[in-house]
Design a binder for this molecule. Structure first.
Ligand SMILES: [Zn+2]
Length: 266
């Protein structure tokens, strides 16, 4: 496995003054454990321990009004090592203009979450947003599959993912959690081998290693991307789980760095 220049395409962090409260609320709501305190400094310490060069921070606007503080904070924390994605709520009346503002601010992408933002992946209002995101060349990192903190509703399942990626062939749409969290039977059937970007956070922790290895090898190598979902997983452990699968060097290089750099235009 490569040891330098690793990019983690899925992490979370919060402004220092919000982090303690946000982390307490999120760990309680989903009944999950956190492996970092939710601050940028702790993320950087985790990256140093794990040997990760850059992390993408996936901010989520859970209300339309959160667009402003998130874009402001994203611009402020962006650095050589931190790539912060902004977020637009689908109920935001200014959603189209705000997507343009993300591009104008020099940010590389946008994070959407069908559960926290109450939408279905293939709604008409989402199609309007995807069209402009695709046109601007922004990366769109989308929570897909079920969510540990919510009732099991098929808001963003493999059939919908396939439809979106077919309807928007130039869209840098990235499914998360290896296609769709805990919906991996459908991922195998519908997405593997297709041109659908799959970031793999919180999947190796749940899948049998043999199954995970077979799935990784069945997908298009240039469409696989490493992510941890830190602080909801430990970055070092996420890398260790991947390393234990003993994949070939070329695939590791693509997953851990090259595909991410290409998507980010770096
Ligand atoms: Zn996440």
């Amino acid at each position: 496995m490569i040891k330098t220049g690793i990019i983690d395409f899925h992490t979370h962090a919060f402004p220092d003054e919000i982090a303690p409260k946000a982390m307490a609320a999120l760990t309680k709501a989903a009944d999950i454990k956190a492996y970092a305190d939710g601050t940028i400094n702790d993320l950087l310490r985790s990256m140093d321990r794990a040997g990760i060069e850059k992390s993408v921070i996936a901010n989520i606007a859970t209300k339309p009004g959160q667009f402003e503080p998130i874009i402001k904070w994203s611009a402020m924390i962006s650095s050589e090592r931190i790539i912060s994605f902004a977020s637009v709520h689908p109920n935001d009346p200014a959603r189209i203009d705000n997507i343009k503002r993300i591009k104008d601010a020099g940010l590389k992408g946008i994070k959407l979450h069908p559960f926290y933002q109450d939408f279905f992946l293939d709604e008409p209002r989402m199609y309007e947003m995807y069209a402009i995101i695709q046109e601007l060349g922004l990366v769109c990192l989308v929570h897909t599959g079920f969510d540990i903190a919510f009732e099991r509703i098929r808001r963003c399942d493999p059939a919908r993912i396939l439809k979106i990626t077919q309807d928007f062939p130039r869209f840098k749409f990235i499914s998360t959690h290896f296609g769709a969290w805990e919906d991996w039977a459908d991922v195998k059937e519908m997405l593997l081998g297709k041109p659908v970007y799959a970031e793999i956070s919180l999947s190796l922790e749940f899948l049998d290693p043999k199954v995970a290895r077979t799935m990784l090898m069945a997908h298009k190598p240039e469409y696989l991307i490493f992510g941890s979902d830190s602080p909801w997983a430990d970055q070092q452990n996420a890398l260790r789980l991947l390393e234990e699968l003993d994949l070939d060097e070329k695939l590791y290089n693509l997953m851990l760095r090259e595909n991410a750099l290409r998507l980010l235009g770096e």
